[in-house]
Design a protein around this ligand. Structure first.
Ligand code: 13P
Length: 287
């Protein structure tokens, strides 16, 4: 059964580790993440962007697929199904479809509008026992066509949004989605420290988990980050493994063109990436 992310994140914040959010794009991706979480006895959050939601035939299809897998694969670790960077309408649609967690990304609105919309969604989520993530200060890079510059959030605005009763808060600290440019300045631990001091026990979320050096990840966790999002790294691993399979001519041997064979190396590569991240985030054995 899908669960809200609240309990797993409260435990992670208290235990000084982070739960990974891994974005899903198809059946193979989802299966690889769930099997790895079960094998490592780790809680996990499956992230779905609005674009990936459309690609996978809508939120109801995804809820059906994930619930089916939890049962058929006998997954017993805590799993939350979470809308990533949702719009207001997207969040409502996911709540209706059976997601157990949503993110409302109001970071591009003026703060008053972000507060108003987040307040409404917090009320609905609380009534249904669904966890909700809010964002202050846009995360850099491009995601589903939305481009942000990698701002550092204002700690007072973070407190204002945290006080609305959200479950977790994503604060921009110079992080960027996708690959980091050569001249990236690194995470602003000064901002993170100030945000954590203002927001206390609130689990903080680090987006753009791909390509952040291990020591920065560990420092971010020590300063209150309890959820880390990873997407691009799984995409790169999947692409690389599939490319190697084709370049080796395996798809030309026997029934190598069988989609089950063609997608298998990518699925294994995702398992390896998820395992590496769960070990780095410290969530292994914490289910
Ligand atoms: P990356 O694609 O950089 O791993 O970021 C993922 C993310 O933050 C999803 O919200």
């Amino acid at each position: 059964m899908l669960v809200s992310a609240k309990e797993m994140l409260t435990k992670a914040k208290a235990g000084k580790y982070a739960v990974g959010q891994f974005n899903i794009n198809n059946l193979e991706w989802t299966k690889s993440i769930l099997l790895t979480a079960q094998e490592l006895n780790s809680p996990v959050i499956l992230g779905v962007s609005e674009g990936a939601g459309k690609y996978m035939c809508g939120y109801k299809t995804i809820v059906g697929m994930v619930n089916g897998m939890l049962e058929e694969l006998k997954i017993t670790v805590p799993v939350a199904l979470h809308l990533d960077h949702g719009s207001y309408d997207g969040a409502l649609a996911c709540i209706e479809a059976g997601f157990s967690s949503v993110m409302f990304d109001g970071s591009h609105y003026p703060i008053d509008e972000n507060v108003a919309k987040t307040t409404e969604l917090v009320k609905i989520c609380n009534e249904k026992g669904i966890s909700i993530e809010a964002e202050v200060g846009s995360i850099g890079g491009e995601e589903d066509g939305v481009v942000g510059a990698g701002e550092c959030a204002d700690p007072d605005e973070c407190k204002m949004i945290a006080d609305l009763g959200v479950t977790m808060l994503a604060a921009g600290i110079g992080n960027i989605h996708g690959k980091y440019p050569e001249n990236w300045a690194g995470l602003s631990f000064e901002t993170l420290d100030a945000v954590q001091q203002k927001t206390g026990d609130m689990p903080l979320v680090l987006h753009g988990g791909t390509g952040i050096p291990a020591d920065m990840i560990q420092k971010a966790i020590s300063l209150g980050v309890s959820k880390i999002n990873v997407n691009t790294e799984c995409q790169l691993a999947f692409q690389e493994a599939t490319r190697k399979y084709i370049e080796a001519g395996k798809d030309l041997e026997g029934k190598g063109f069988d989609p089950r064979k063609l997608l298998a190396p990518g699925a294994e590569a995702i398992k390896a990436t998820v395992k590496e991240k769960m070990e780095l985030f410290g969530s292994v054995g914490k289910a």
